[in-house]
Design a protein around this ligand. Structure first.
Ligand code: AMX
Length: 426
C-alpha cells in the first residue's frame, strides 16, 4: 500500500530543486514593496511568506493545492490532509493507509485526561485543548530525532510522525473535552471502524439521533482545514516551528492565536449575535428591524460578527457551502432563517457605513447555526471544532517547511524614527 512518507520522499527532492533554482537564479529580485501604512496595518498585503498548501484569492476564496474549496465539499478530512501535504488527492488504498496510520496512533495517553480533569471547571475549552496538546510534548518524535543528531534534510520525517500522532488523537481529545466540560456524561470510546470525522461526531455523542450530523461534521472539518500561511494561527505555528520547537509546542501556540475573538473565536460571537436577536424579537424579525439592530451594533462601536475579512472581498465560499447544507437539511430552522436574512441585509448596511473593506459574510457567519441545529449549544466549544480542523493545515505547512529546510523566521523590525527618516525626503 502506498504510504505518505514514500510519496513525500519522491516529491520533496523535486520541490527542493525547484526552490533552490528559483532562489539561486532570482534571489535578488524584488517581489513586494512595503508601504509605510502597512507597517501599522497588520502587514496586510505584504508578500513575504511561502505557503504552498493553500491560497486565499480575494475574489475566489480558499483554494487548496489548486482546487477551489467548493469542489472539495464531498471529500473527507483525511483526503484533505493528504492533499494539503502532497498536492494530490489519495486513491482508495492511500486513503485506507492513512486511516490505518491514524488508528495506530489514536490512543490518548492517560495523563492527558489527568491534566484536563485537574483544570478549573470553568476553563475555556480552547485552553483545555491547547494544553492537552502541549502536555503531550514529551511524546515528540522530532525532539528525539533532533536530540539524536538527525540531519536537517530529514527533519520533515519526524515532523510528519508528530503530525500524524497529534491529528490521530485530536477527535478523542476534543470530544472528551466537550463531554467533560459540559457535563455530558462519560467519554464515548472511539470506534476504529469509523473515519476521522465520523468518529469525532460519534464521540461527541450528538450523532445518535441524526446521522446527518456526522456529514455536517465532515464538511465542517474539510472547510476549515487551512487558509494559507499568514493568518494568525498558521503564522504563529510557523514562527514557533521555525525555531525547531516541535509540533506539540507549535500547534498549541497556533491554537492560542486561533482563540482570539477576531480569528477563530468569532464563530461563538456570531451565533450569540443571532440568538440575541431571535430572543429580543421572540422570533425572526422583519427586515427593517434587522437593519436597525445592525446599525445599533455599529453605532455602539461593535463589529457585526461573521462579516468582513482581512483578505476575502466576496462571500466566503465556505459560508456558501454551510448555507447550502443547512438549506438542504433544515431550512425551517429559525436560526438558519435569521442567518439567511442577515446575509441579505448586513452587506448593504456595512457598505453604507463604508468602513469594512469587505461587507460579505465569512465562514463563521453560518457554521454556528448548523451546530446549534444539531444540539451543540455550547458556544464556547465552537472554536475547538475549528481548531481540530485547522490543525491539519498547520501540521501540513510545518512538514513542508521542514522539508524545504526553511530557516528560523526573523523579519526585521524598525523604529518610528527610522520610518520618519525614510519618508523625510518625500
Ligand atoms: N462590522 C463592523 N465593522 C467592521 C467589520 C464588521 N463585520 N469588519 C470590518 N470592520 C471595520 C474594522 O473594525 C475597521 O474599523 P476601524 O478602522 O475603526 O478599526 C474597518 O472596518 C476596516 O477593517 P478591514 O480592513 O475591513 O478589516 P480587517 O482586515 O482589519 O479585519 C476582520 C478583518 C475579520 C477582523 C473584521 O472584518 C472583523 O472584525 N469582522 C468581524 C469579526 C469576524 O467575523 N471575524 C471572523 C474572521 C474570520 C476568521 O478568522 N475566523
Amino acid at each position: 500500500m502506498p504510504n505518505l512518507r514514500v510519496i513525500l520522499r519522491e516529491k520533496i527532492p523535486e520541490w527542493r530543486t525547484e526552490l533552490r533554482e528559483l532562489v539561486s537564479e532570482h534571489g535578488e529580485n524584488t517581489i513586494s514593496d512595503v508601504k509605510l501604512r502597512q507597517v501599522f496595518g497588520g502587514l496586510r498585503g505584504v508578500k513575504g511568506l511561502l505557503c504552498n498548501t493553500s491560497l486565499v484569492e480575494p475574489e475566489k476564496g480558499l483554494i487548496v493545492r489548486g482546487i477551489p474549496i467548493l469542489e472539495l465539499t464531498d471529500k473527507i478530512p483525511e483526503e484533505i490532509f493528504y492533499l494539503l501535504l502532497t498536492g494530490e488527492l489519495p486513491d482508495e488504498p492511500a486513503l485506507a493507509r492513512l486511516q490505518a496510520e491514524y488508528n495506530e496512533r489514536a490512543e490518548v495517553p492517560p495523563y492527558v485526561w489527568d491534566v484536563l480533569e485537574t483544570m478549573p471547571k470553568n476553563s475555556h475549552p480552547m485552553v483545555m485543548f491547547s494544553l492537552a496538546i502541549l502536555s503531550m510534548q514529551r511524546e515528540s518524535r522530532f525532539k528525539i530525532a533532533y536530540d539524536s543528531g538527525v540531519k536537517k534534510p530529514n527533519y520533515w520525517e519526524s515532523t510528519l510522525e508528530d503530525a500524524l500522532c497529534i491529528l490521530a488523537k485530536l477527535p478523542e481529545i476534543a470530544a472528551g473535552i466537550y463531554r467533560m466540560r459540559f457535563n455530558k456524561g462519560p467519554r464515548i470510546p472511539r470506534n476504529p471502524k469509523l473515519d476521522w470525522g465520523g468518529n469525532f461526531a460519534h464521540m461527541l455523542g450528538l450523532s445518535e439521533n441524526d446521522p446527518v450530523f456526522a456529514d455536517m461534521m465532515r464538511l465542517y472539518l474539510v472547510l476549515h482545514c487551512d487558509h494559507e500561511g499568514g493568518n494568525v494561527s498558521a503564522f504563529t505555528c510557523h514562527v514557533v516551528n521555525s525555531a525547531l520547537s516541535d509540533l506539540y509546542y507549535s500547534v498549541s501556540a497556533g491554537l492560542n492565536g486561533l482563540a482570539g475573538p477576531l480569528h477563530g473565536l468569532a464563530n461563538q460571537e456570531c451565533l450569540k449575535f443571532v440568538l440575541w436577536i431571535l430572543n429580543r424579537f421572540s422570533g425572526v424579525p422583519d427586515d427593517e428591524q434587522i437593519r436597525e439592530e445592525c446599525w445599533e451594533t455599529l453605532e455602539s462601536g461593535r463589529v457585526i460578527p461573521g462579516y468582513g475579512h482581512a483578505v476575502l472581498r466576496v462571500t466566503d465560499p465556505r459560508f456558501t457551502a454551510f448555507r447550502e447544507f443547512g438549506l438542504e437539511h433544515f431550512k425551517e430552522d429559525e436560526v438558519l432563517q435569521l442567518v439567511d436574512k442577515l446575509f441579505s441585509i448586513v452587506p448593504g448596511v456595512l457598505k453604507e457605513q463604508g468602513k469594512a473593506k469587505s461587507p460579505w459574510p465569512n465562514v463563521d457567519s453560518c457554521s454556528g447555526a448548523l451546530l446549534h441545529h444539531y444540539g451543540m449549544n455550547e458556544f464556547e466549544y465552537y472554536t475547538v471544532l475549528f481548531a481540530v480542523s485547522r490543525t491539519m493545515g498547520m501540521c501540513a505547512q510545518a512538514v513542508i517547511s521542514r522539508a524545504m529546510m526553511e530557516p528560523i523566521t526573523r523579519p526585521k523590525s524598525v523604529e518610528t524614527g527610522w520610518l520618519k527618516e525614510q519618508v523625510s525626503g518625500n
